[in-house]
Design a protein around this ligand. Structure first.
Ligand SMILES: Nc1ncnc2c1ncn2[C@@H]1O[C@H](COP(=O)(O)OP(=O)(O)OP(=O)(O)O)[C@@H](O)[C@H]1O
Length: 689
């Protein structure tokens, strides 16, 4: 068995173009003996999610991958697009125009089931930014506009061009429009191969028809190869598909021209009733869930009495039996033979070239400016990203200002100043966690666009930093100026500026830290919990709750307090306020206490270095976090294919030792197995010890 592990080398956003080449400008996709296995620990059965599937997709045609829920539609699509999850292994070949090709970042246009879009942008803005990110930079404004307008018309989005997409607080476009927009974004660069995962899910029949009709036009007009999984299409929608790959339990029930499926079912003795939707009929025949439901209904005596009425194979046999029979019949059918011949032809065509099909042709600078603008507009329009926090920051600053108003320099003011500084550095910075959900939304967009090769990791990180800077500056400067002037900390412009910069860098450090957390945790709930825990630890070791020299030396003092941005920020803030001031002694008549003395004796702060070094340390920590974020994202991309390859080889080596690990292809080769072997019959959940 040949192993093809898809998804590998990274070339940030570069690459090529729309023509694809081959087959007169189109792309032929072939998959042979595709098997996807979910290996389990040795004492549990191994699951074959897909079992030796073979097929092909051709230019100007649209193929439906159909089957009951859990039959493996998405898995097949992901296998073809090189997007399989890390815990499964895939064997078999995926060929593009007769050549094995790694479908890495940017190689494939893939529309996922979930519409991942920036809700704060309008339809036209979304398409325009996407066009600027990916189309060549030398296009004139009017050329770019023509492409955008053309895509809007192609996907029938004229009516909602200037409507916002919508999010939690903005009413937006409909589900069907969102889906068409997601497709529009992928066809902008005219990819020759387009994958879609259930593009009609959640849509009414009219919207579903519109979407599939648009896809059909995309395939026809641009000689594009369109492969789409679909759940249960209406008869009108079903009629729009040229080819059909019918799956059940990970096995091929039918593959060929969609209209021939009716003939196949008829030949197999289960003809589709004349007034019935063919796709409903096919799915009724192969959906084993009906067996379970019937058994339950019979058990609870809620089923109508059908004893004696056994006039069709459907009413007399179990679905599992019918499915097994269809799988078996298909293997020896003329449809399978035709498919084998065609696969052979396509696989041996010589001289076809396949370029990268997705990716970006825009320059790095163009990508940076476009992403920065888009991100800035999103931050401006998303109330939850910064505005809400800015409001809360100002309100809390006023509270701090009134509680610690005109704090003075008497003996008790020393500790109050320390407490006030500690609160500002601690609580105010802690509130930065509030922007995490919005950032996670932006990360989702990044992942989608990155997988489709729109731009690189570095551009994303830099653009996010630049676009957030004005908000961070506004937030920290307003907070610092309000508290500074109400509390009346150390007077002077430089002191005020330092306080503003200190808070700005501290908040930027927390944001950068949250980015790192977002890169490693799978969802925002976990991110917030982990982030809150992390910031809590940073607060604890910042030198306010426990003085720095008193922290346990091993671990907490060295290294934690040294890599803690809050400890440097707090030291800087205390120095900024106290150095140069004099405080009253506890008893009248005693000499005044210099701020330096209080810093070293009461607050445990060393005066070995200036406050500016403290600020520089926070800056260095921010840069380290951003670099770490970059490294994690890059590592995840680079290491994944390597880990997958090693995992696949090791697991296969292990599985091959198991006597019952058999492979059964619907297009039997020399290694053909009997159709009713254990694995072929039981399909998806077949135990393969
Ligand atoms: N990475 C994975 N880990 C564990 N199980 C998986 C994985 N991928 C797929 N499966 C399982 O394989 C089966 C097929 O999943 P898949 O998502 O391909 O089905 P589907 O036909 O697309 O279903 P639906 O129509 O409900 O989306 C399911 O039982 C699913 O739980």
């Amino acid at each position: 068995m040949e192993i093809e592990v898809v998804g590998s080398s990274m070339e940030g956003g570069g690459g090529g173009g729309g023509d694809g080449g081959g087959s007169g400008g189109g792309t032929c996709l072939v998959w042979e003996d595709l098997t996807v296995v979910l290996p389990n620990s040795s004492n549990k059965p191994t699951r074959r999610i897909l079992n030796g599937l073979s097929g092909f997709a051709q230019p100007s045609r649209i193929m439906a991958i159909m089957g009951p829920s859990g039959s493996g539609k998405s898995t097949l699509l992901d296998s073809l697009a090189g997007r399989l999850a890390g815990n499964v292994i895939m064997t078999g070949n995926v060929l593009l125009n007769g050549k094995k090709k790694r479908l890495d970042y940017g190689a494939i246009a893939y529309v996922t089931q979930e519409d991942i879009l920036l809700g704060t942008l309008t339809v036209k803005e979304t398409i325009t930014y996407s066009a600027k990110l990916r189309l060549p930079g030398d296009l004139t404004k009017s050329q770019l506009n023509d492409i955008v307008e053309g895509t809007i018309i192609e996907m029938g989005l004229q009516d909602c061009t200037d409507k916002l997409i919508g999010n939690w607080h903005l009413r937006g476009i409909s589900g069907g429009e969102k889906k068409r927009l997601s497709i529009a974004l992928e066809i902008l660069t005219k990819p020759t191969l387009l994958f879609l995962d259930e593009p009609t899910s959640g849509l009414d029949s009219a919207s579903a028809f519109f979407v599939v009709q648009a896809l059909r036009s995309v395939a026809r007009d641009g000689r594009r190869t369109v492969v789409s999984s679909i759940h249960q299409p209406s008869s009108e929608v079903f009629a729009l598909f040229d080819d059909l790959f019918l799956l059940s339990g990970g096995e091929t029930v039918f593959f060929g021209e969609a209209k021939l499926a009716i003939e196949f079912f008829s030949d197999a003795g289960i003809p589709c009733p004349s007034r019935r939707n063919p796709s409903d009929h096919f799915l009724r025949c192969i959906n084993s869930d009906f067996d379970r439901i019937n058994a339950t209904l019979q058990g609870s005596q809620r089923q109508w009495d059908t004893k004696g009425i056994c006039d069709t194979i459907l009413s007399c046999s179990t679905t599992a039996h019918i499915k097994g029979m269809l799988v078996h019949k298909f293997k020896s059918s003329k449809y399978a033979a035709d498919a084998r011949t065609r696969i052979k032809e396509i696989s041996t065509i010589k001289g076809l070239v396949v370029d990268r099909m997705g990716g970006s042709k825009a320059s790095w600078w163009k990508q940076l400016t476009t992403l920065t603008t888009r991100s800035f507009i999103n931050m401006c329009r998303d109330v939850g990203y910064y505005w809400l926090r800015i409001g809360v920051y100002i309100a809390v600053s006023l509270c701090v200002g009134t509680v610690f108003y005109d704090i003075g320099t008497n003996y008790h003011a020393m500790l109050a100043r320390g407490a006030c500084g500690g609160f500002i550095s601690g609580f105010m910075i802690f509130m930065s966690i509030g922007g995490f959900p919005s950032f996670i939304e932006e990360m989702k967009i990044f992942h989608r666009e990155r997988l489709n090769g729109h731009y690189g990791v570095g551009v994303f990180i830099l653009s996010n930093f630049i676009s957030s800077l004005p908000f961070l500056a506004f937030m920290s400067f307003s907070t610092a100026l309000i508290t500074y002037n109400m509390v009346k900390f150390h007077p002077g412009f430089i002191h005020q500026l330092y306080a503003c910069l200190d808070l700005l860098l501290s908040i930027a450090a927390v944001e950068s830290c949250m980015m790192v957390i977002a890169a490693v945790v799978p969802n925002f709930m976990m991110g917030i919990i982990i982030g809150a825990g992390f910031i809590g630890v940073m607060m604890m070791t910042a030198g306010f709750f426990r003085l720095l020299p008193e922290l346990p030396k091993v671990f907490w003092r060295y290294p934690v307090s040294y890599i803690n941005y809050m400890s440097w920020a707090l030291q800087g803030a205390y120095k900024n306020d106290m150095i140069g001031l004099e405080f009253d002694s506890e008893y009248e008549g005693e000499p005044k206490l210099p701020g330096e003395f209080i810093l070293t004796t009461v607050l445990g702060i060393s005066l070995d270095h200036s406050k500016w070094w403290d600020l520089a340390a926070v800056g260095a920590i921010i840069i380290s976090y951003r670099l770490l974020f970059f490294v994690i994202l890059k590592l995840k991309e680079q290491a994944k294919p390597v880990v997958r390859e090693i995992y696949t080889r090791r697991t296969l080596h292990h599985l091959k030792k198991r006597p019952s690990f058999r492979k059964t292809s619907p297009f039997p080769s020399k290694r053909h197995q009997p159709a009713h072997s254990l694995s072929s019959q039981e399909g998806l959940n077949s135990p393969l010890h």
